[in-house]
Design a protein around this ligand. Structure first.
Ligand code: AGP
Length: 604
C-alpha cells in the first residue's frame, strides 16, 4: 500500500527521499513522486511504475543545501495509476502527500470547484492541498490554516505538507494511518509511514498517535493533539534491523499479514459501499448484459475464495455459478458458451494455470473479469475488467490477507449482481452492506484469542492427520484451513464437507485423528453439530470453533457472537490461520518460506 517519507535538513534531500521510498517498496505501489522546497522554490518529479523510473527522471536533479522534501509511493485506490494521480499533489504554492482515504473528499471537492479551483487528478488527496490554500487566505499563519484543514477532513490519513509561505517547515497530521518522525544530533527531521526508511539516520523516533498534527522546523518538533493542546514528543529507540522492522515486530510476515487483515479489508471496502448499494466504479454494468452463468476459475487459496463465492452468487445473485480448478480446466476440452462471465481469481495475477484459462476464455469470445491483488499483472492486463482486492503486498507464501480480501470482494460482488438482477430486496441489500462494514472489527486479532490458540497448538503436533470440516461456505473455509496447515506445518490435513464424512473418511476416526470442526451458529448449526457428534462417538479428537459452547469437544475455541454467518466465517478464518501458524512455529518451521513452495507459481 502507499508509503510516505519526509526530510528536513541540509544533506542530500533527493537521495534521502528516494532511498526512503526504496525501503517502502515491499509494501507494493504503482507510482511514486517527490517534491522538494529549496531556497523558496519547488522541484517535483513523478513517475508511474517502479522507482527506477523516478530515479531516471531525477538523475540530473541535485539538492544542495537546506531543504524540506516529501515523497510518496502510491497504491491506486481513487483513480488509475497515472502520473497525474501520483503524489505529491500540487496547489498554487504547496505540495501534499497522503496515505489513507479522505471520506468526505467528494463534498469538499464540490465546494472547491464552486470556488473556482481546478483539479488535476482523480484522487481524494488533492482536496487537502486546495483546502489548505483556501484556508491560508483567511488564517493568520500556515499552521492555523493546516490545523483548520485537518479538522475538516473525515477518514483515515497520514499527511505531510510543505508550502512556500513557510519554506523551512514540514506540516504533518496522523489519523488512522501510521506515521513516525525521527531526529538526530544534527537536528535533521525524518518522517516515514514505517520504521525502515529511518534506520541508519535516527536512533530515536516518535510514533504519532491518532489525532496528532503539527509541524517540524530545524529547531522544533511541535505536536498537538486532537483538541489543539501541545504535547511532548515521546521518543523510543528505533530497532536497527531492517528485516525485523519490515515485520513490525512480528515473528513472521505471515503473522503480520494475519494481523493486517482488519486494515486491508477496510481498504477493500473503502469507497465501495453506500447505504443501499455496492459501488464498483471499475465495472461497466454492460459486463453483465446477456450473462446467464458465472464461471469461477483459480488455484489454491484463490480457488477456495472462489468456492465461497459460488455459494454467495447462487444464494444472493440467483445466477448459475460453476467452479473450476485452473490446472484441470485447461486440459479438459471445456464447453464455453458466450452467456458465461468467466471470472479468474489470483493474488499475484501471474499464476500460469489461471492465466492460461483466461486466455482460453478470451479466445472463445467470453466476457472476462479478474479479481486480483496486483495491478498491471498479466491477468489484469488481459481481462476485460478487473477488481483489485487492495490487500497490499503479501510476502508470506501461505496466503492469508489476500484470501480475506478476495472473499470480501466476492461478497460485495454478489450483492452488486443481486442489485442488477433484482434478486434481493433493497432492505436485505442494505442489511448485508451494514454487515460488510462489520468485517474489519471481526477480524481484529485479540491477545486473548492469540494466546488461547498458542496454548492449544501444543496438543496438535502429532497424530495421523487432520480433518477440517464445515458446511456451505464453511466447507471452502475448511479446505483453506487444511491447506494453510499442510503448507507450513507439513502435517497431513484435509478439508471435507461435514455431511460427507460418514461416506468414507469417518473410517479413519480414532483419538489420533484431529477434527477441526467449524460450527457456525447462523448456518445449519444442528446439522453440522450432528456430524461432529458422529465423529465424537468414534473417539476422534475434536476441536470445535464456534460461538456456542460445545460439550462433546476435546477443545473449544469460542468466537464472538455474530449477527450473520458471513461474519462467523471471517472470525473462524482468523482462528484457522492462527492455529496453522502456531502449530508450525512450534514445529520449528520457516513459516514464511515453506519447503517446496513458491509464492507465485508461474510454471505449469
Ligand atoms: C496459498 O497459501 C498458496 N501459496 C497457493 O495455493 C496460491 O493461492 C496459489 O498458488 C494461487 O496463487 P494466486 O492467487 O497468486 O493465483
Amino acid at each position: 500500500m502507499c508509503g510516505i517519507v519526509g526530510y528536513l535538513g541540509e544533506k542530500n534531500t533527493k537521495k534521502i527521499l528516494l532511498d526512503g521510498l526504496k525501503e517502502l517498496e515491499y509494501r507494493g505501489y504503482d507510482s511514486a513522486g517527490i517534491a522538494v522546497l529549496e531556497n523558496g522554490n519547488f522541484s517535483y518529479y513523478k513517475a508511474v511504475g517502479k522507482l527506477v523510473n523516478l530515479e531516471d527522471k531525477t538523475k540530473d536533479y541535485e539538492t544542495k543545501g537546506f531543504a524540506a522534501g516529501i515523497g510518496h509511493t502510491r497504491w491506486a485506490t481513487h483513480g488509475k495509476p497515472t502520473e497525474l494521480n501520483a503524489h505529491p499533489h500540487l496547489g498554487e504554492s504547496s505540495y501534499v502527500v497522503h496515505n489513507g482515504i479522505i471520506e468526505n473528499y467528494a463534498n469538499l471537492k464540490k465546494e472547491l470547484i464552486a470556488d473556482g479551483v481546478t483539479f488535476l487528478s482523480q484522487t481524494d488527496t488533492e482536496v487537502i492541498v486546495h483546502q489548505f490554500e483556501k484556508n491560508l487566505k483567511s488564517c493568520a499563519t500556515a499552521f492555523e490554516a493546516f490545523g483548520k484543514t485537518i479538522s475538516e477532513l473525515d477518514g483515515a490519513y497520514a499527511v505531510l505538507l510543505v508550502t512556500k509561505s513557510e519554506a523551512d517547515t514540514i506540516f504533518f497530521a496522523k489519523h488512522g494511518s501510521p506515521m513516525l518522525v525521527g531526529t538526530n544530533k544534527e537536528g535533521e527531521k525524518y518522517f516515514a509511514s514505517s520504521d525502515t526508511p529511518l534506520i541508519g539516520h535516527c536512533q530515536d523516533v516518535n510514533y504519532f498517535e491518532d489525532g496528532d498534527f503539527g509541524y517540524v522546523t530545524a529547531n522544533d518538533i511541535a505536536i498537538f493533539n486532537n483538541d489543539g493542546v501541545k504535547k511532548e514528543a515521546v521518543f523510543s529507540a528505533l530497532s536497527q534491523n531492517k528485516l525485523s522492522a519490515q515485520k513490525d515486530g512480528y515473528r513472521f510476515f505471515m503473522e503480520k499479514e494475519i494481523y493486517e487483515q482488519s486494515d486491508v479489508i477496510s481498504d477493500t471496502l473503502m469507497g465501495r459501499l453506500s447505504d443501499e448499494k455496492i459501488i464498483f466504479d471499475e465495472l461497466d454494468k454492460s459486463l453483465f448484459d446477456g450473462i446467464n452463468e458465472i464461471k469461477l476459475c483459480a488455484c489454491g487459496t484463490s480457488y477456495h475464495a472462489a468456492m465461497s463465492a459460488s455459494y454467495l452468487f447462487e444464494r444472493y445473485s440467483k445466477i448459475r455459478t460453476s467452479l473450476e480448478i485452473a490446472s484441470e480446466f485447461r486440459y479438459r476440452s471445456p464447453i464455453m458458451s458466450k452467456d458465461t462471465l468467466f471470472v479468474v481469481i489470483s493474488q499475484s495475477g501471474e499464476t500460469a494455470d489461471t492465466l492460461e484459462t483466461l486466455k482460453m476464455a478470451k479466445k472463445a469470445g467470453l466476457k472476462t473479469l479478474v479479481i486480483c491483488n496486483v495491478d498491471n499483472s498479466s491477468m489484469v492486463r488481459l481481462a476485460d475488467a478487473c477488481i483489485l482486492t487492495r490487500a497490499g503486498i503479501e510476502k508470506g507464501v501461505a496466503s492469508t490477507k489476500a484470501f480475506a480480501t478476495q472473499v470480501t470482494v466476492f461478497w460485495m460482488l454478489s450483492l452488486f449482481v443481486a442489485k442488477l438482477r433484482n434478486s434481493l430486496d433493497t432492505n436485505e441489500i442494505a442489511r448485508q452492506i451494514s454487515l460488510l462494514r462489520e468485517i474489519p472489527t471481526h477480524v481484529k486479532v485479540t491477545d486473548e484469542m492469540h494466546e488461547r490458540i498458542k496454548r492449544l497448538s501444543k496438543r496438535y503436533l502429532h497424530g495421523h492427520g487432520f480433518f477440517f470440516i464445515g458446511r456451505d461456505v464453511f466447507f471452502p473455509l475448511a479446505l483453506e484451513g487444511a491447506l494453510k496447515l499442510k503448507e507450513i506445518s507439513y502435517l497431513h490435513a484435509e478439508g471435507y464437507p461435514s455431511g460427507e464424512m460418514k461416506h468414507g473418511p469417518i473410517a479413519l476416526a480414532d483419538p489420533e485423528l484431529f477434527t477441526i470442526a467449524l460450527l457456525p451458529e447462523h448456518l445449519h448449526y444442528e446439522k453440522s453439530k450432528s456430524n461432529v457428534e458422529e465423529l465424537s462417538a468414534r473417539d476422534s479428537t475434536i476441536c470445535v470453533i464456534s460461538a456456542i459452547e460445545f460439550d462433546k469437544a476435546d477443545d473449544f475455541v469460542q468466537i464472538s457472537t455474530c449477527q450473520d454467518y458471513m461474519l462467523e466465517f471471517f472470525e473462524m478464518m482468523i482462528v484457522v490461520q492462527l492455529l496453522s501458524l502456531e502449530i508450525s512455529i512450534r514445529l520449528g518451521n520457516d513459516v514464511d518460506m515453506p519447503r517446496n513452495l513458491a509464492k507465485s507459481v508461474t510454471v505449469e
